[in-house]
Design a protein around this ligand. Sequence first.
Ligand code: HEC
Length: 192
Amino acid sequence: MRATRTLAGLQSKEHFLRSRILNRDQKFFDMYSLVIGVLALFALGIYVGVSKLSNMTQGIYTTDTAEYQAAIADRIRPVGQVYLPGEEASAGHPQVAAASPAQPVATVLSGPQVYNEACLMCHGTGIGGAPTLENKESWVPRIAQGNDTLYLHALEGFAGQSGFMPPRGARMDLSDDEVKSAVDYMVGQAGN
Ligand code: HEC
């Protein structure tokens, strides 16, 4: 009986102490929240006040001046500038005259030169059925057609019995006269 009472007494004492501790914690928390809240409000007030003040002073007296804006523009200016043809660089920028590209001298290749450059690879070896200059018999019927036909076949291309002759030997940069002089050279070699 006594022991039970003592236990009950102990329990109620513990409960009392525990609730006191909880009470104190709650009070501390309330105070803490209040202080934090006041500090936050204070900081917000400072921030708003200062930004208002800086808008009223800085904006008008510093950042809007022409010198300040010019200094910013100068700091963030790109390293290089692009001028399209026809656009002139403003005075003060160094002007460089465009170098005129070197033009090759116009030349006319001789018959043998054209032959070496454009015809030899087929007509020297007989590739694709091309009649070689050594094979004189194969040239007899060709030469018999007359120079105009040979010129035409060399210029326009020709597909006959033995293969395909590409127009101008696939060298479209050759002039008519150059191709013709190559034909003359070939006929001269093969016809003798
Ligand atoms: C890709 C090879 C090739 C090249 C390059 C080539 N020829 Fe030919 N050529 C031929 C072949 C193949 C024939 C024969 C076609 C046939 O008779 O079937 C031929 C035939 C000819 C003939 C005879 C045409 C005829 O009527 O019988 C002449 C002329 C001729 N070539 C001139 C030239 C000249 C000039 C060049 C250089 C500018 C040249 N060829 C470059 C392949 C070539």
